[in-house]
Design a protein around this ligand. Structure first.
Ligand SMILES: [Zn+2]
Ligand SMILES: [Zn+2]
Length: 227
């Protein structure tokens, strides 16, 4: 009992997955051994180069998506899932997550402008911050790229979101949800579009569509995790 109390004092953080202590603050909500269990994408992974689904470099299912390619740190499970969930509550990217993000973003560092997927102003007000903006800010600082939180805006009401929709359903839901309010800022730019989680790609594709229509040269997508 006494030993546990001492440990709790020495290590204020408890791993949300296994309940053991998080040895270093940089690991965030999960301990080092839970991070080791978490699937992080590497060059050896057999995944689609565009949407990162399992399969050949060109899976064929993602042709309808408007962006050029997507990169995620890894699979939306274990420590990455917990980190993504924590990011909705706390506007902070732990050092380890930052390093993983930067490694995943390296092939996309030819981008000229980092743009987060925006929240609807109503939802931003209730949550207090946009988790995609926190990720975008971290990446833009690390890669020394301009951060642009004004060009892309979400115009449709957040009530329109429904869980459990397929790609088509999701595409219909997000169609017309985004607008570019400052086309001059994105014209001719290679955009690095950032979100927390990539699910069907419908949201980032809707963003990419309007960015490209506004004159962006290319749109690459970076997310913390791929569901
Ligand atoms: Zn753990
Ligand atoms: Zn694909």
């Amino acid at each position: 009992m006494f030993g546990d109390a001492l440990l709790a004092l020495a290590y204020p953080q408890v791993c949300v997955i296994c309940g053991r202590s998080v040895e270093q603050r940089r690991f965030g909500v999960a301990c080092e051994s839970c991070w080791k269990e978490t699937r992080i994408f590497t060059d050896e992974d057999e995944i689609c180069l565009k949407c990162e689904s399992t399969g050949p470099p060109a899976c064929g299912r993602c042709e309808v998506l408007a962006f050029t390619a997507a990169r995620a740190v890894g699979v939306y499970k274990d420590a990455l899932r917990e980190s993504a969930l924590m990011l909705k509550r706390r506007a902070n990217v732990p050092r380890h997550v930052e390093q993983l993000l930067v490694a995943a973003a390296k092939p996309l560092s030819l981008s000229t402008r980092v743009v987060p997927v925006p929240l609807h102003p109503k939802r931003l007000k209730t949550r207090g911050f946009n988790q995609a903006s926190i990720v975008a800010e971290t990446v833009s600082k690390a890669l020394e790229l301009a951060l642009d939180e004004v060009s892309l805006v979400r115009v449709s009401s957040p009530e329109k979101y429904r869980a459990g929709l397929d790609v088509k359903g999701r595409r219909d839901t997000v169609a017309g949800a985004f607008e570019v309010s400052h086309p001059r800022l994105v014209t001719g730019e290679d955009i690095l579009l950032v979100d927390d989680v990539f699910t069907t790609g419908a949201t980032v594709s809707a963003c990419a569509e309007v960015l490209l229509a506004a004159g962006a040269k290319s749109v690459f997508v970076l997310t913390l995790a791929r569901a």
